[in-house]
Design a protein around this ligand. Structure first.
Ligand code: NHW
Ligand code: MG
Length: 359
């Protein structure tokens, strides 16, 4: 398959895959900022660039509305991600973000949506955001997509743990298998009311240094992972109601933080169901177990998510997630592909070699 746009970009091309003569690292070196194109890319007539002010309640609502009606759907178009305004505030304003990277396109009076597909607008938007990132002297990026582009560094799979099997079946998220009844299904996925690990509690502000240490030590072992400092941990992991939730295990004896787990909250709209309109989904984020077995820690997170009324708990097969996925009754779902922009990695990575979760 030809990729008219991606073949012109500094990303690993399919034809070079596995070429051992190429050095790992950046594909194109940085250039002086004065040589980065200073004017925005041209848009077709009647379209104009805008910078979305994510701090403004009104703009946030507009972006939220655009995504709610036009963002990612599953293969069968039964569900569509429904990012909340609070989630967008969190996802789009991490430490080091620049306002100018929140680009939007408007046509006169009308907001961009489904009707503007297949007009080669995506390449211009990607080039424009790349140009603005270059102007901040940043030359690499990581991204994920459901579609195959040149060239994934890894292909991962989503796994789903039913918490509310009745609703999941009602909305068509899963089906009753052969020789399975609703009541057996409900029993199969039933979880206890309270967590079992002593010292398991929600993360608090004063845990930030300890959690940062735990995470840094843990993420070190992966081929691709974020390099979190305390500021990042505070932003990405400190609990925010209905956005992100984190738990620690504080040793009852030493009061040391020995384990950590987290999930983010990303509901989906249920398309065309009479009874339900929203699927409440939790997504496994970063988990570090040094003392508590990971399986037990994750079982406790499932208990918490279930208590908070999530319908399903999702996890990618990244990091050490494979070690609990089967045992904790997750079932397989869609794939998610990971990519790097302007960085050559010789070999494709196994999901377990990835230490990065993107929203
Ligand atoms: S992935 C989610 C992407 N969004 C959705 O799936 C929502 C629903 N779909 C759409 O809105 C998570 C449209 O279908 C989109 C494409 C806008 C996806 N990534 O305008 P045209 C992210 O957000 C290529 C990258 O005609 P369209 C991560 C496609 O292969 N490229 O298509 C985003 C073709 O190029 P080719 C994608 O359907 C990371 C060209 O776009 C893509 O109207 C972005 C066609 O354009 C995708 N998901 O609009 C990269 N989907 O070469 C960041 C299609 O094959 C890179 N395409 O001819 C790093 C930037 C920063 C660098 C800093 C140094
Ligand atoms: Mg387009």
């Amino acid at each position: 398959m030809r990729h008219k746009f991606w073949e012109t970009q500094p990303v690993k091309q399919f034809k070079d895959n596995g070429d051992i003569s190429l050095p790992e690292g950046p594909i194109e070196p940085p250039i002086p900022l004065s040589e980065v194109k200073q004017e925005p890319y041209n848009l077709p007539n009647l379209y104009e660039w805008i910078t979305c002010d994510i701090d403004s309640e009104e703009t946030r609502a507009e972006v939220c509305n655009l995504l709610t009606h036009n963002y990612i759907e599953d293969d069968k178009n039964m569900f569509r991600f429904n990012y909340s305004k609070e989630f967008l505030r969190w996802a789009l304003r991490p430490p080091g973000y620049c306002k100018s990277w929140h680009i939007g396109v408007r046509i006169n009076f009308l907001c961009v949506h489904k009707k503007l597909r297949s007009k080669r607008l995506a390449p211009v938007m990607i080039k424009e955001v790349t140009r603005r990132v270059h102007l901040e002297n940043i030359w690499q990026a990581a991204y994920t997509a459901g579609v195959v582009l040149p060239t994934p560094i890894s292909s991962c799979l989503y796994w789903h743990r039913s918490l509310n099997p009745k609703k999941l079946i009602d909305v068509g998220f899963c089906r009753l298998g052969a020789r399975m009844t609703m009541s057996r299904m409900i029993k199969l996925y039933k979880l206890p009311d309270s967590t079992c690990t002593p010292g398991f509690r929600q993360m608090e502000l004063h845990d930030v240094p300890a959690v940062t240490q735990l995470l840094r030590n843990y993420l070190n072992q992966f081929e691709v992972a974020p390099d979190f400092d305390e500021n990042d941990v505070k932003h990405w992991l400190l609990p925010t109601e209905n956005v992100v939730d984190s738990y620690v295990v504080e040793s009852p004896e030493s009061h040391k933080i020995t384990d950590f787990c987290s999930f983010y909250s990303l509901p989906s709209s249920i398309l065309g169901n009479q009874k339900y309109s929203i699927l409440k989904a939790a997504y496994s984020f970063y988990n570090v177990a040094t003392k508590t077995p990971l399986l037990q820690l994750m079982n406790d997170v499932l208990i918490v998510a279930n208590r908070k009324d999530y319908d399903v708990f999702n996890a990618l097969d990244v990091m050490q997630n494979e070690t609990f996925i089967k045992e904790l009754k997750f079932g397989p779902g869609d794939g998610k592909l990971y990519y790097l922009y302007n960085y050559w990695l010789r070999d494709t990575l196994k999901p377990m070699e990835l230490g990065l979760v993107l929203l």
